[in-house]
Design a protein around this ligand. Structure first.
Ligand code: PSU
Ligand code: MN
Length: 329
C-alpha cells in the first residue's frame, strides 16, 4: 500500500536506503544523475518551510534559496516527507504543497519522529537532524540552513537540547549555517558540540568569532576559522579521508547590512521566552513558537534577517560544494 503510493511517478528513482523492507528514499532524477556524476549538490531542509517561516515568505524563500545554489553551479536538493514518502529534491509543486499544509497536518520531523510519520503516511518538514541523516544515506555531504537547534536557555536544567547536536555527533554531513539563535544558550551549545566531537569553524569571520544568527558576533569564539571556499573544501577533504563519522559545522555570519540590532533582538527574545514559559509551551513547539513571536515583536525585521542569512548560507555552501568537487575530481 505504502509502496504503491510512493511510486506514483515513474520518473522517480527509488533508493532502498533504509535497512527495513519498505522504507524508501525517493531521489529526484536530476539529483540521482548529479550524484552519479559527482556534481556538487547542496541539501536543504524543510522544517524552515513548514514551521520556521509564515506563508508566503516560506515558499518564496525556499525557491530563492534553491536559486542561490543553482547560480553558483551546484544543485539544490530540498528534503521533505510527503504522504509518508521521504523525498530528496522536492519539486516546486511539492515544496508549495508542504508550505500550504495547515500546521496540524504537517509534522516537524526530527529523527525520533521519522518512524511514525512514515508508518502513518503523513507529511513532514525535516529538521536539521533528519535532513542530515537522509542526505547522508543518499550520499550528499553538504547542507545549508539558517540556524541549527541547540541547548535552550535553562537547558542544563530542563534538558531541552536539540537532537540536531547529537545528529552532528553521529552523521557525517557538513552543515553551513549562521550558528544558533540567541534564543538558545550559545556557550552551552558549543560545549555540547565539542563533547559530540563536531568540528566547528567560523567562515569569513576573523578571529573565529561565532555568529548568533541575527547578529554577526555571539561573543563566543570557535577554535578554527575558514577564510574562503577552498579552505573549507580542504577541511572537508581531510574530514572525508579521516572517516570520522561525525559532522562538521561551519558558522557563516549574516551579511552586515541585514544584521539585527543586538539590543532590540535581545529584548524580543527575552519577551518571547517569557511568553513561552507563561503559556506552558514545551518540547518541539518551543522553537517555532519563539520564531513566530520574535518576528511579530520585531515587526517582521527578524524574518527579513532570517531570509537574508539563509540565502547567503546557501550561496556559501554551494561555493564550498563546487570547490570540493574540484579537489575530488
Ligand atoms: N532555527 C531556525 N529556524 C528553524 C529551525 C531552527 O532559525 O526553522 C528549525 C530547524 O529545522 C532545526 C529545528 O533543526 O528547528 C530545531 O528544533 P528543536 O530545537 O526542536 O530541535
Ligand atoms: Mn527541544
Amino acid at each position: 500500500m505504502l509502496l504503491r503510493k510512493c511510486c506514483y511517478s515513474g520518473s522517480w528513482a527509488i533508493r532502498r536506503a533504509f535497512a527495513t523492507k519498505q522504507a524508501q528514499i525517493l531521489v529526484h532524477p536530476e539529483i540521482k544523475y548529479a550524484l552519479e556524476q559527482k556534481h556538487p549538490i547542496v541539501a536543504l531542509e524543510s522544517t524552515i518551510i513548514t514551521h520556521g517561516m509564515p506563508l508566503p515568505e516560506n515558499v518564496e524563500t525556499a525557491l530563492q534559496v534553491e536559486q542561490q545554489v543553482r547560480s553558483q553551479g551546484a544543485l539544490p536538493a530540498t528534503i521533505g516527507i510527503i504522504d509518508g514518502c521521504i523525498k530528496v529534491g522536492l519539486t516546486k509543486e511539492e515544496l508549495t504543497e508542504l508550505a500550504h499544509k495547515p500546521r496540524e497536518h504537517v509534522i516537524k520531523c526530527s529523527r525520533r519522529d521519522l518512524p511514525y510519520v512514515v508508518a502513518k503516511a503523513q507529511s513532514g518538514g525535516t529538521t536539521v537532524a533528519t535532513t542530515m541523516l537522509i542526505a547522508e544515506r543518499v550520499g550528499i555531504k553538504i547542507f545549508a540552513t539558517g540556524g541549527i537547534g541547540g541547548v535552550h536557555r535553562e537547558g542544563h536544567v530542563t534538558l531541552d537540547i536539540s537532537a540536531d547536536l547529537v545528529e552532528l555527533g553521529r552523521t557525517p554531513v557538513a552543515v553551513v549555517c549562521s550558528g544558533v539563535k540567541s534564543i538558545l544558550d550559545i556557550p552551552r551549545t558549543l560545549e555540547v558540540l565539542e563533547t559530540q566531537g563536531v568540528c566547528v569553524a567560523s567562515y569569513d569571520s576573523p578571529g573565529g568569532v561565532f555568529p548568533d544568527f541575527y547578529t554577526r558576533n555571539s561573543g563566543c569564539k570557535v577554535p578554527y576559522e575558514l577564510a574562503n571556499p577552498t579552505e573549507a573544501a580542504e577541511l572537508l577533504q581531510a574530514w572525508h579521508a579521516l572517516q570520522l563519522r561525525s559532522g562538521v559545522l561551519i558558522g557563516v555570519p549574516i551579511p552586515a547590512e541585514y544584521a539585527a540590532d543586538k539590543h532590540a533582538i535581545e529584548a524580543a527574545i527575552k519577551e518571547a521566552n517569557y511568553e513561552a514559559q507563561a503559556q506552558g509551551i514545551s518540547g518541539k513547539e518551543v522553537t517555532p513558537f519563539l520564531l513566530a513571536r520574535i518576528a511579530k515583536l520585531t515587526k517582521g525585521r527578524s524574518l527579513q534577517s532570517n531570509i537574508a542569512l539563509i540565502k547567503n548560507n546557501a550561496k556559501v555552501a554551494a561555493e564550498i560544494a563546487c570547490a570540493l568537487a574540484k579537489i575530488q575530481q
